[in-house]
Write a protein that binds this ligand. Structure first.
Ligand code: G1P
Ligand code: ZN
Length: 544
């Protein structure tokens, strides 16, 4: 087996976004495209010679081929050992768990998260550092710089590794260990939650549930945890076999794309609890019987009830949420006397807070919740957290949420997405808004007075790094907010996201449909940003 040095030319579009590099599969299949990016990752790292790398992905189309290339490149570049999930499968939180448990140097995760898969859809790759979390911006920027200058990459001329057989083999002087994709992760979950109590709760017939893995990576994890370890009936997990194209679906656990689960939870004889996760297993959607829990509320409720869960029984160090996430968790933090951090969108911004022990729970409105147990958001972890709370409180999901609103008030919340908008138009809309920002404070729009308006900038409290232009926030004197930002994960055109929030402390007014409760703010967002006129769209593509 010999190491080949292959000459290459840079691609200009290898800038990692909110969560790694995501492109159409066809882009990744161009000669040298993946290789250039992988070499750029290695070129941006120091001190990995002889160290361990973790590799795995969500099983989407091109996962296996990409892994073979990465293994051969890791061997040629001098890694000592690679741990790879069986069949190439590792959910994003499981990869984070494996990196941490094995004190690996880092990991490469192959996923485009909730984006559709298959030959005509998306693929993605990201690098995680030794804490198990997504590489911070200084690393992703270094990768991008290297990608613009690359002239060659190194790869071992070798046979493919058998990814399906557990065990160790040799690739040049590097060891490849194919590991069980589930065990380490399932063990970690068992160490955090009261599995005996949950098992009894299920066995006593007090909880009927339905878990939808959306033909994506969580299937094997969910079957092992819910059906095998917690004794839920076989069939509790639906769509549990990971497919390369996710069955043609869009593996995003929200009310639109997880409609199969929504129909079950809103149908005749609905179970007590339902949950879905996304392509790579880091997102979650929580449903009660005929009841949807917004991710922002879910984070607040987990924080308020953390004392009921063994892994979080002693006080939480603090909580953190991404800027566009509703302020529901802020209310909990204020009441419980803990710090609450507001970070830019993207899980990578939580890493430093978690490492420094400043935050224990983190969350994003985009169906992401997690804690310091790994350095990624974690879909099944959130489901187990809910099950643990349900088993202790012996109440329905709906009554837990409503009690929470009684205590803390309700933050009505919705996100409106305009997908695949012409990029130039979307950028103009944002530029126009940015120029309006300095003129808004103090202005009255109907019932709303602008208390502040800015383009969110974040200074990391641990390393002092500054991230600018993270979304335009317009806050009103009654606590309502509108936030505008462009997605950093899309692969076609631009996606404009508008986040709307209002606060309702009055219990008598807490049962409105959020779109109704937010109707005036929705109109106002269009008045201010001229969304319809600028995008040429009459309404959002997705409302969550
Ligand atoms: C989206 C979500 C963000 C999440 C990211 C990765 O990013 O909004 O909260 O961290 O996916 O799952 P965006 O497309 O908005 O940049
Ligand atoms: Zn994901």
């Amino acid at each position: 087996m010999s190491i080949k040095t292959v000459s290459t030319q840079p691609f200009t579009d290898q800038k990692p976004g909110t969560s790694g590099l995501r492109k159409r599969v066809k882009v990744f299949q161009q000669p040298n495209y993946l290789e250039n990016f992988v070499q750029s990752i290695f070129n941006s790292l120091e001190g990995y010679q002889g160290q361990t790398l973790v590799v795995g992905g969500d099983g989407r189309y091109y996962n296996r081929q990409a892994i073979q290339i990465i293994l051969k490149m890791a061997a040629a570049n001098g890694f000592g050992r690679v741990l790879v999930g069986q069949g190439g499968i590792l959910s994003t939180p499981a990869a984070s768990c494996v990196i941490r448990k094995n004190k690996a140097f880092g990991g490469i995760i192959l996923s485009a998260s909730h984006n559709p898969g298959g030959p005509d859809n998306d693929f993605g790759i990201k690098y995680n550092i030794s804490n198990g979390g997504p590489a911070p911006e200084k690393v992703t920027e270094a990768i991008y710089s290297h990608s613009k200058e690359i002239t060659s990459y190194q790869i071992l001329a070798a046979e493919d590794v058998n990814l399906d057989k557990l065990g160790t083999s040799q690739l040049g002087s590097m060891q490849v260990e194919v590991i069980d994709s589930v065990t380490d992760y399932a063990d970690l979950m068992a160490s955090l939650f009261d599995f005996d109590l949950i098992r009894k709760f299920i066995a006593d017939g007090k909880l009927r549930m339905c878990i939808d893995s959306m033909h994506a990576v969580t299937g094997p994890y969910a079957i092992a945890i819910f059906e095998e370890r917690l004794g839920a009936p076989i069939g509790t997990v639906q769509n549990g076999t990971p497919l390369e194209d996710f069955g043609g679906g869009h593996p995003d656990p929200n009310l639109v794309y997880a409609h199969e689960l929504v129909e079950i939870l809103y149908g005749e004889g609905a179970p007590d609890f339902g949950a879905a996760s996304d392509g790579d297993g880091d997102r979650n959607m929580i449903l009660g019987r005929k009841f949807f829990v917004t991710p922002s509320d879910s984070l607040a409720i987990l924080a308020a009830n953390a004392k009921l869960v063994p892994g979080y029984g002693s006080a939480l160090a603090g909580v953190a949420r991404s800027m566009p996430t509703s302020q529901a968790v802020d209310k909990v933090a204020a009441k419980l006397g803990m710090d609450c951090y507001e970070t830019p969108t993207g899980w990578k911004f939580f890493g430093n807070l978690l490492d420094a022990g400043k935050a224990t729970l983190c969350g994003e409105e985009s169906f992401g919740t997690g804690s310091n147990h790994v350095r990624e958001k974690d879909g099944l972890w959130a489901v187990l957290f809910w099950l643990n709370i349900l088993a202790v409180k012996q109440q329905s999901v709906e009554s837990i949420v409503k009690e929470h609103w009684q205590t803390y008030g309700r933050n009505y919340y919705s996100r409106h997405d305009y997908e695949e908008v012409d990029a130039e138009k979307a950028n103009t809309l944002m530029t126009n808004l940015r120029s309006l920002v300095p003129t808004l404070t103090g202005k009255q729009f109907g019932q709303y007075q602008v208390a502040y308006a800015d383009d969110f900038s974040y200074t990391d409290p641990i390393d002092g790094s500054v991230s600018q232009k993270q979304g335009i926030r317009i806050g009103f004197s009654d606590g309502s907010r509108i936030v505008f930002r462009l997605s950093g994960t899309g692969t076609q055109g631009a996606t404009l996201r508008i986040y709307l929030e209002s606060y309702e402390p009055d219990v008598a007014k807490q049962n409105l449909d959020p779109q109704q409760a937010l109707a005036n703010l929705i109109t106002l967002s269009d008045d201010i940003a001229q969304i319809r006129q600028m995008t040429g769209r009459e309404k959002p593509t997705v409302i969550t």
